[in-house]
Design a protein around this ligand. Structure first.
Ligand code: SF4
Length: 204
């Protein structure tokens, strides 16, 4: 973790948000698209729908227009309106702080829930996205067949208080070095600790 910290001192949230509601919306929108594209859309979206009650009243067709540059815009639009309605009806217009309540919202799976818990509320959980899953399996930190298994194993081995930071470091490493198709093992700052590197390049 120290080596990754040295390699990616600027690792941190890429989705832009100003409050838990905005992060929830951005995280729901981020499925199968890039954070950059989401950020382009949310600038206008947050101005147009500043609070859950505004989004809950949105016409789905109009919202589809607002987010159509993102993939899955029809289902995302439906989910956003329904989720905002639940925030208003059941949570007093606030984003709930428990995983169970977050995952009861349409469009919110375990990863999105953990992103919100960690980045909006500072809870010590690790969200496992595609980068975290791939990188930690390759390194050998986990032997996991599913993101849930990876989360469980990472939670067991990461020191308390480091899980949110680890999430960002693994994502940056996955984006810039441990790429999905061809990892750049020759320039990797943690090749000396990596099971994949040991097997494929015999460096360890
Ligand atoms: S050595 Fe290669 S496989 Fe291992 S973490 Fe680095 S880039 Fe990924």
């Amino acid at each position: 973790m120290q080596a990754l910290e040295r390699a990616y001192p600027n690792a941190g949230p890429q989705l832009k948000f100003g409050n838990p509601f905005q992060l929830l919306v951005a995280a729901i929108l981020s499925a199968q698209t890039t954070d950059k594209r989401v950020n382009k859309v949310t600038v206008g979206l947050f101005a147009k729908y500043p609070a859950p009650r505004d989004l809950a009243r949105a016409a789905p067709e109009e919202l589809e227009e607002d987010i159509k540059s993102l993939g899955l815009f029809r289902s995302k639009s439906r989910n956003l309106v329904a989720a905002a309605g639940i925030l208003v009806d059941r949570h007093g217009g606030e984003v709930p702080r428990s995983r169970e309540e977050l995952m009861a919202l349409p469009g919110v799976g375990r990863k999105v829930a953990n992103v919100v818990l960690s980045q909006a509320f500072g809870q010590d959980v690790i969200a496992v996205d595609t980068h975290v899953f791939r990188v930690t399996n390759r390194i050998g930190l986990v032997r996991a067949g599913t993101p849930e298994e990876a989360e469980e194993q990472l939670t067991a081995i990461l020191p308390p208080g480091t899980r949110g930071r680890a999430h960002h470091l693994f994502i940056f490493h996955g984006r810039y070095c441990c790429l999905a198709r061809s990892p750049r093992c020759g320039e990797c700052p943690i090749s000396g600790y990596c099971r994949y590197c040991d097997r494929h390049h015999g460096k360890n």
